[in-house]
Each structure stands twice: as structure tokens, then as C-alpha cells.
Design a protein around this ligand. Structure first.
Ligand code: XIL
Length: 301
């Protein structure tokens, strides 16, 4: 096939992108989105600060716009993210203990219920583990409510939308290391105890300090072997030209080599859409032209 989405679909996968609602009126952006991708992830619009700016008052306008676009182009939606230490509304940042725990659970329930039946996969919990060699949980206001905050979030999400796949999502877990080992142990424990988890997301933000790991495929495979789907959820690779193109091809091949790797999402469309402060990490240049990285990704599918 001649587009990322259609080619991935031939392999039983999706190929998605992060989408910003305010860019949907940009015709270059929308043209590429509508043509190339069969999954979308709202880049910021489903986060806690966006969906519940005031406690108990929910605002879904921007996220609903993205979901409507997804529906009109036949794309899946990855929901991102229900519980996270970052991009919390100010009122939640000021809560702790039982009040925060209950606010988080209510948030998970309300948002998952609003989108019930419309989400392929939810990032229920994002970035809950610490970087470095400790294998510990990240310290956060949510973590300080008790170590079981992750599993109660997953149970609330399952109750609200039983059809959505429920994912744990993180970065620096793309290769085998202390952090991914800790996530692995959590997923293994959840499966053993019947905590509902269906997938693990690997953000896959790569740069010269943290390039695509040589054991990327092996790491995806070991998680898949636990009985969960694995997804590349926020792929971007700094660099340019042939080196960048080869890295994109390797990432695509790693996913295709793992039966339960069921989709890839890039974190933006054009280089100018990237969240990164500098660089050219995406598949289309600032004018919307296909880069070598695009062709390499398409050819690898
Ligand atoms: C980023 C967005 O791309 C930016 O627009 C925003 O300012 C900050 O968040 N890991 C995640 C994503 O899970 O939600 C982050 O998205 C990038 C890192």
C-alpha cells in the first residue's frame, strides 16, 4: 500500500500520530493526517488539566474534536492519559492522601465513561517509574497516596469502559534496563493477581543520548510473552537523512517482528509539530514533504 496506515493495516497493525486539536484547521496538517494515519492520540487534549480544569467540571471540547476527526477518517483513538504526575490541574497538584486518591479515581471513571466504546487503547497510567538504576516508583503526589494507586486506576478504567484495552505507558523502558525490569515485574504481578492490564506502551523518544536500543525487539517480545499487547506510542527519532531513516526502519521492523506489537504511533506529523525544542525528529518536514525517514518507515511496513 502507499500510505503508512494502509500498509500497517495489511500487517494487522495501525500506524498513528499524535494530533493537536488546534491544528485540525491547517489544511497541510489535516491533509497528511487524513491520508496517512489510521490511529490518533490526542497530544494534550485528554490529559487531566485539559479534561477537568476545575474539580468536578469536565471539558471535552478539544478532545471530542479529535475523536470526531478520527471517526470521520476511520482511525482508532489511543486515549492519553488518565493518571499521570504531570499536566495535572492546579487543584489536583494541591491535593494529597485520600482526597487526591478519590479525585484521581473519579477522574478515571468520568473520562473513561465519556469516551466509552470509542477508545481502542487507554494509557491508564503514564510514567510511574523512576529513571536510573533504582527500579523504584517515581515519587509523585499520586505515588504518595499508596503503592496500589496504579492498580486501582486500572480497575476503575476497566469498570468504566470494558471494551478499551488498558495500557501502562512509559519512556526509557524501550530497552532492557532497571526501569523496564521494574515495569516488567509490575505487569507480571498484575497478570498473576488478575489486575486488568492489556497492553504496555513504549514511548520511544530517541536521540543521540538515548538511541534506539539494540535489544528493542527483545524487550518488546519479553513483555508480549507476559500476555499483553505492546505498542510503540510516541515515536520520534532525532537526526536526519539516512541515519534517521535507518532508525525509523529498525523501529518499524522491531514491531513487525513481535506478533503482539499491534501498532506504532509517531509523536506528531511534521518536524515543526514536534514537542521537542529543536531538531527534525518526525517523518514530514515543516512544509509537509515526505522525508527519507517516511520512505524508510513505509518500505519497512
Ligand atoms: C508532550 C506534548 O507533546 C507537549 O505538547 C506538551 O507541552 C507536553 O507533553 N511523554 C508523554 C506525552 O507521555 O504526553 C508528552 O507530550 C511527551 C512525553
Amino acid at each position: 500500500a502507499t500510505t503508512l496506515g494502509a500498509s500497517a493495516a495489511e500487517k494487522g497493525r495501525y500506524f498513528g500520530t499524535a494530533v493537536a486539536a488546534y491544528k485540525l484547521s491547517d489544511s497541510t496538517y489535516s491533509g497528511i493526517l487524513n491520508r496517512e494515519f489510521n490511529s490518533v492520540t490526542p497530544e494534550n487534549e485528554m490529559k487531566w488539566d485539559a479534561t477537568e480544569p476545575t474539580q468536578g467540571s469536565f471539558s471535552y471540547g478539544s478532545a471530542d474534536q479529535i475523536v470526531a476527526r478520527a471517526k470521520s477518517i476511520g482511525a482508532k483513538v489511543r486515549g492519553h492519559a488518565l493518571a499521570w504526575h504531570s499536566q495535572q490541574p492546579g487543584w489536583a497538584q494541591n491535593l494529597s492522601g485520600t482526597a487526591l486518591r478519590n479525585a484521581m479515581l473519579n477522574h478515571v471513571t468520568q473520562v473513561a465513561t465519556h469516551y466509552k466504546g470509542q477508545i481502542d487503547s487507554w494509557d491508564v497510567v503514564n510514567e510511574a517509574f523512576a529513571d536510573g538504576g533504582s527500579g523504584a516508583r517515581r515519587d509523585s503526589n499520586l505515588q504518595r497516596t499508596g503503592n496500589d494507586w496504579i492498580e486501582v486506576a486500572f480497575r476503575a478504567a476497566r469498570a468504566a469502559d470494558p471494551a478499551a484495552k488498558l495500557c501502562y505507558n512509559d519512556y526509557n523502558t524501550d530497552g532492557q534496563n532497571a526501569k523496564s525490569n521494574a515495569v516488567f515485574a509490575m505487569v507480571q504481578d498484575f497478570k498473576a493477581r488478575g489486575v486488568p492490564i492489556d497492553c504496555v506502551g513504549f514511548q520511544s523518544h530517541f536521540n543521540s543520548q538515548s538511541p534506539l536500543p539494540s535489544d528493542y525487539q527483545a524487550n518488546l517480545q519479553r513483555f508480549a510473552n507476559l500476555g499483553v499487547d505492546v505498542q510503540i506510542t510516541e515515536l520520534d527519532i532525532e537526526g536526519s537523512g539516512t541515519a534517521q531513516a535507518n532508525s525509523y526502519a529498525s523501529a518499524v521492523r522491531a514491531c513487525l517482528a513481535v506478533t503482539r506489537c499491534n501498532g506504532i504511533t509517531v509523536w506528531g506529523i511534521r518536524d515543526s509539530d514536534s514537542w521537542r525544542a529543536s531538531g527534525t525528529p518526525l517523518l514530514f518536514d515543516g512544509s509537509g514533504n515526505k522525508k527519507a525517514a517516511y520512505t524508510a518507515a513505509l518500505d519497512a511496513l
